[in-house]
Structure formats: C-alpha cells, structure tokens
Design a protein around this ligand. Structure first.
Ligand code: CS2
Length: 497
C-alpha cells in the first residue's frame, strides 16, 4: 500500500475530512513540545479547525519530541500528515469512527539528535506560541510543591550547557535568551498538561531556571512572555497495530501513526497571549479570564476518578477502563467517589451542572471503542496523585469531612506499586520516582502492621507533602490497604458499600 502523502489527499474516500488550505504556504507560528498522541488528537485538531475557519496561514505547527525519534520517523515520510480517528459505539454497541487527515503539523524535530535545531525553531521570528504536552514528569518539578528541582541531573546539565539542552526548561529558557538577544518578539508559553495551574507552574519553573542563567533574562521573560493556564480534556488511548491496519484500509493508503480519540473535547484557555493567537474557538476552545476553576474540576473529577479506576481495575486484572466500568461494584464506587467526595469540594461554576458532568463522565469512561488500558493510566502515579486525589483529600480533611473513598483510591496506588496484580500478572512500575518508591516500600515492609507501613510510606514528602503526618489520612489509607491485601479489589469494594 502506498504511504499517506499530500499527493494522495485528492484520492482519499470522500467521507474522510482533509486539509483545505494551502499547506505549502503555512508558517510555523506554533512550536509544540511533546508531539505525542495527545497533542495530535487535541490541540492540533482544534488548530486545524481554526485554520479552516480563518485561512490565517501564520499558524502551522512544528512539533518537537524531547526523547524518541519514533513520531518523526513515522510522520516525515507522510510530510507530517496523519489521521485522527474519533471512536465511540453506535446504539447497537458496534464501534464507529470518523476519520480526519490533519495537516498543520509541518515537521517533527527530535531534540536529542539536534538540540540546536530546536533552539533555533523556538528562536525563529515566525514562532509566537510555544505549547507543551510533555506529561507531568517533563517539568522536572517537585510534584507536591510545583517547584523546579535544581538538583535534578537534567536541570543541572542544562544550566551548564546552553547550546545543547536536554530538558524542557533548558530548551525554553536558552531559546528565549536567543530571542531576547536578537531583539525578537516575546512568545506565549502554553502548558497543556494535567498540572494544577499549569501556566503558573510553568512560569515558576521557567523563571527559576532563568534566574540560574541570568537575572536580566529572568526579568525579560517575566515582563514580556505570558503563561496562560489551560484545561485540556479528551481521552486519547495509545494507538495499536489494529488501529493502524484498520485505518490504513479505510484510507486506501498506509498511515504509520494515526491517533485515536473520543468524540468529546474541551479546551479552556486564559486569553493572555504575548504575540497573537489563532482563533481556536472555531475548533471548540473557550477563552476565559481564569481557567483555574475549570482545571480543578477536570483534574479532580476526570483524572481523579480515572486514576482510581486505573489502579483498582489494573489490580483486579481488568485491562481496559470500559471493562472496569462494566463491573457494577467499581462503577458504583466511581460514581459515589465523584458524587460524595469530589464534587462537594468544587466551587459552584456558572454553566456547569455537576450531576450532568458526572453522568457524562461515566458514559465517557464506558466507551467500549477506545480500549484505554488501565495500566497506561496507572503510569507516573507519583506525578499524578497530588493534583488528582491528594488536593481533594486535603480540602476534605480541612473541612472535617470523610475521605473514605479517596483513601481507597490512594491505597489502590500503593497496592499497585507491589508490581503484581491479583491474577498473578507482573507489571513494571513506570514512574520517574520508581526507585525511590520501591525503596520506601521495601523499608516500610519490614515494619509490623499495615498501619506502620502506610505511616512510613506516606512520609515520602515529594508526593504526600505534609499529609503523611495526618493521622486521619494514614489510618484511612491503612484500613483500605489492609482490605485490598486480604480480600482483593472486589472484597475491599464490597466492604465499603
Ligand atoms: C489519563 C489522562 O493517562 C492518564 O493519566 O487520566 O490522560 C486522561 O485520559 C485525559 O486527561 C483526559 O482528558
């Protein structure tokens, strides 16, 4: 089968959407760091709609992979084109999908191969927005406090090597230095990761790094660049070989790396852009003055319950989120977790009906056409738990409210860290703090009771902050971990309802 390529666009089946603007005239107004499946199924798609609506050709995208070359290797022969497949189930339960070939990704740079090319791309006069989806660990921060870890080896390396950085803060700050020296316009730094106050967090990290390089650079960035907060939401499971085969067959050409997503999409962005922006409202984005309430809603409701489902589901041997949702006890638990413990911590928001939000979320998690792996969501728990579950725990404890269901979710993470599920299948702990976590667990394991083990484990400040010293938290997590160890996931759920 020939490869997906601009020359093949006119011959695609007529039901497949495709770029309708002169791609060859696009300029790279956006440099996107972390050009993975999520970016290609979310920001790039919204940007595509804006291009179609406005015809403003300043806003093409150059993607950057900070680590692997696989996306570049798949997409360069396709001249950056790829397919988005939006999947859900028809009324009879059969999977259905709508396909769109997306065109605004012009090129993909692989940072470790050519760091200079990445610096020059961000320092290019055409660049106006640097957007990011690099996952939580790409920020090299302390998950509990949000502060840049100056002792991180990658950060220490990058402070000393302006010409060949390796980390996001290194690339961004050294490239901004080039822009400043060359008298170029400032840029907007747009974090689209699942971090609390992602723009403010990014700003803190960039300014802390810049301070190490040059105080004047720090002040220039602070005065001229902007860091809008944003909330992004679309479930994007990892692409499988079956997806590749099925989608290529429908296209009639081979797409080496299509991306899969649910039809649902939300993007709420603070309207603070240093050097202009596309009109992303055409693709469903909403511009607001303050995104923080939307982020909190999303991180706690969507991601908090997603992580709970992932750890409980994975330990019970349930491979995908929809299968976990098919277990009545788990579905009931997630519904009650949101209704009773998460939703009451959220401020009232105009236009948001929390019951409807929860009902739609249960439906989204049940989408059988996504096959979203519980173990994919289970990754990087140390980076995710603070904003997904622990903030809610803190708010409830401060108000003297119960944390029973939240504590089971946290206990499920600790249970998952033992590396083997209830069916005996072994899983690797993929987490930037995996070594520290397993060392802590091993040390805690020598103590006598589950209470003592949890007290020791939750003393791990980078994740738990001061919560490890909170007896109500430690007791509740220990209670549930004890049940999980004795009776398994279903037994622990049964003991709760
Ligand atoms: C998931 C998210 O992998 C994960 O940790 O919880 O990627 C989730 O699917 C998205 O944030 C939904 O918007």
């Amino acid at each position: 089968m020939p490869r997906l390529h601009p020359d093949a666009l006119p011959r695609l089946p007529s039901d497949i959407a495709r770029p309708r603007y002169p791609r060859e005239a696009l300029r790279a107004g956006i440099v996107h760091l972390g050009v993975g499946a999520f970016h290609r199924a979310h920001l790039a798609v919204v940007n595509e709609a804006a291009l179609h609506a406005s015809g403003d050709l300043r806003w093409g995208t150059v993607g950057v992979s900070l680590r692997a070359a696989d996306t570049r290797d798949a997409l360069r022969p396709q001249s950056g084109l790829y397919t988005l497949a939006l999947r859900d189930a028809a009324d009879d339960g059969s999977p259905r999908e709508a396909l769109q070939v997306v065109g605004n990704l012009l090129d993909v740079l692989v940072a470790p191969e050519d760091p200079q090319a990445v610096l020059e791309r961000i320092a290019h006069p055409d660049a106006r927005i640097v957007s990011l989806t690099i996952t939580e660990k790409g920020y090299h921060h302390d998950p509990a406090t949000g502060a840049l870890r100056l002792d991180d080896p990658g950060i220490a390396h990058d402070i000393a090597h302006p010409e060949a950085p390796r980390t996001m803060p290194g690339f961004v700050v050294h490239a901004l230095n080039l822009r400043r020296r060359r008298g170029l316009e400032p840029v907007t730094l747009l974090s689209c990761d699942n971090l609390p106050a992602n723009g403010d967090t990014m700003r803190g990290i960039v300014l802390a790094f810049a301070q190490e390089v040059d105080g004047e650079l720090r002040d220039w960035i602070d005065t001229h660049c902007t860091f809008p907060n944003s909330m992004v939401d679309r479930i994007v499971p990892r692409t499988t070989d079956d997806d590749r085969t099925r989608i290529s067959a429908r296209l009639g050409v081979d797409d080496a790396w299509p991306v899969i997503g649910e039809p649902f999409l939300e993007w709420v962005v603070e309207d603070r852009f240093a050097s202009g922006r596309p009109d992303w409202t055409a693709g469903g984005a909403r511009f607001v003055d303050h995104a923080e309430p939307f982020e909190r809603l999303k991180l706690r409701m969507v991601n908090g319950s997603h992580s709970a489902l992932a750890y409980l589901g994975a330990m019970a041997g349930l491979r995908t989120v929809d299968r976990a949702m098919n277990e009545p006890a788990l579905r009931h638990f997630i519904d009650a977790l949101m209704r009773e413990e998460i939703a009451p911590t959220l401020p009232a928001m105009q236009g948001i009906d929390l019951d409807a939000y929860r009902a739609r979320l249960l439906q989204r998690f049940s989408n059988p056409a996504l096959q979203h792996q519980t173990k994919q969501i289970a990754m990087d728990g140390s980076q995710k738990l603070p904003q997904r579950l622990l903030g809610t725990v803190r708010d409830r404890l401060a108000a003297g409210l119960s944390i029973d269901r939240l504590a089971l979710a946290v206990a499920a993470w600790v249970h998952y860290l033992r590396g083997v599920d209830e069916t005996g299948a072994v899983h690797e702990i993929q987490d930037p703090l995996a070594i520290a976590l397993s060392a802590r667990l091993a040390q805690a394991g020598t103590a006598a009771s589950v209470q003592e083990r949890v007290a020791f484990f939750t003393g791990f400040a980078p994740v738990f902050g001061e919560l490890g010293g909170e007896p109500r938290f430690v007791s509740a997590v220990a209670h549930h971990l004890g049940l999980l160890e004795e009776r398994g996931v279903m037994g622990a759920l049964a003991a709760m309802s």
